[in-house]
Design a protein around this ligand. Sequence first.
Ligand SMILES: Cc1cc2nc3c(=O)[nH]c(=O)nc-3n(C[C@H](O)[C@H](O)[C@H](O)COP(=O)(O)OP(=O)(O)OC[C@H]3O[C@@H](n4cnc5c(N)ncnc54)[C@H](O)[C@@H]3O)c2cc1C
Length: 431
Amino acid sequence: MSNERETESTPERVVVVGAGLAAVRTAEELRRAGYEGELVLVGDETHLPYDRPPLSKEVLRGDRDDTTLRPSEFFGENRIELMLGAAARSVDTASRTLTLSDGTELGYDELVVATGLRPRRIPGLPDLAGVHVLRSLEDSRALREAIVPGARALVVGAGFIGCEVAASLRAREVEVVLVEPQPTPLASVLGAEVGALVTRLHTAEGVDVRAGVGLSEIRGDGRVTSAVLGDGRVTSAVLGDGRVTSAVLGDGRVTSAVLGDGSEIDVDLVVLGIGSIPATEWLEGSGVEVENGVVCDGTGRTSTPHVWAVGDVASWQVPAGGRRRIEHWTNAGEQASVLAKTIMGVEAGAAAQVPYFWSDLYDIKIQGLGAVTADDTVHVVRDDGRKFLAYYERDGRFVGAVGGGLPALVMKSRAKIAAGAPIDELLTAAV
Ligand SMILES: Cc1cc2nc3c(=O)[nH]c(=O)nc-3n(C[C@H](O)[C@H](O)[C@H](O)COP(=O)(O)OP(=O)(O)OC[C@H]3O[C@@H](n4cnc5c(N)ncnc54)[C@H](O)[C@@H]3O)c2cc1C
């Protein structure tokens, strides 16, 4: 990685693309590190920067609607210019110019990429009403408005978001089928042992968990659901089913879903929780290296001078070796602190040695410490039928702990995880 910044004077204009959590934290940390120059946040959404974790929890359940991160005065007081409803379209890294979708050009001394993720969609899936994704406030509100007690929902994908959506829908008295091609929910992130404990939580709350099976098809009510218009006439159309008899546009609704095992489920709602992809399309042709996220060293520096990346979109080098993109709230703030100090030429050290995440399912808060993976050996050291604690082992070392409803036990393992303590020591103590 090369970046000549440290040999130059303090930048006069830092432009952050994206106006989510990582962008706001970067701006705050730059001010904290003594940056006095211009600070511009360019965000394609029109809301004040807001928090996403409540979107699958309180907002969906109808307990809260405003998740704004900072009041508007905060940005004025800290001389942070917000350009909202403005999408970055391209960047010329030689002249250090960002171009927005309306053609506006914006020069920068340092550019920070904080554009997060976009929900993955299934190519070829018909565009039917009743099919939702969940990443933005609009997504959450749209799904919330579609919920009526007794509705039948299919949640596709049992990662964190799919699991939380299932739990929130149950709280709103929706019947839920949760499908997941892996052997259990969360298997690809926490392993199947903890996944089985999560299955049990869902099942106890009445969710019909169908693991080891994927979605094959969704079916609509038979009307034309989208069409491409040429010279005023319909030139091609996508059908819910059957033949074109008349063109009724835009009101086809999902009615059922077919799973990989051939079973067909009647549904009113489908929520796709099949993961997300880094929002880097605007960097194409810029020379900034992208490989499942923006490639960075351990401080957010990219291979292109004066370009940095932070948060969900960034793939940082990690102390254990290799690179990793971390899609968790705490990570965005921790990386922002390291990145801001580095831009200011202050020695910052690596981002957190022991990453933290949480997820809320029913009355149980799942918490994790450490960079755990599904390939680690998992030891379930406590299980009372609902609450649980699992230790993660790699090469004989303690690398992480994941708990459900046992916050103190998870948190107290931080020092041992940081030290990479021998797992036997932990297992003996846990007995
Ligand atoms: C529903 C949901 C629930 C979550 N729950 C938890 C949880 O319980 N625990 C946890 O640890 N983490 C959780 N997370 C993850 C956490 O919210 C993210 O890690 C965090 O939001 C990352 O912040 P970010 O700023 O990197 O990305 P984002 O918050 O996605 O912000 C990026 C912003 O950039 C904008 N943007 C994209 N492209 C452009 C462009 N070309 N030009 C301008 N702007 C652009 C986007 O629209 C967005 O506003 C959850 C996420 C979601 C979606």
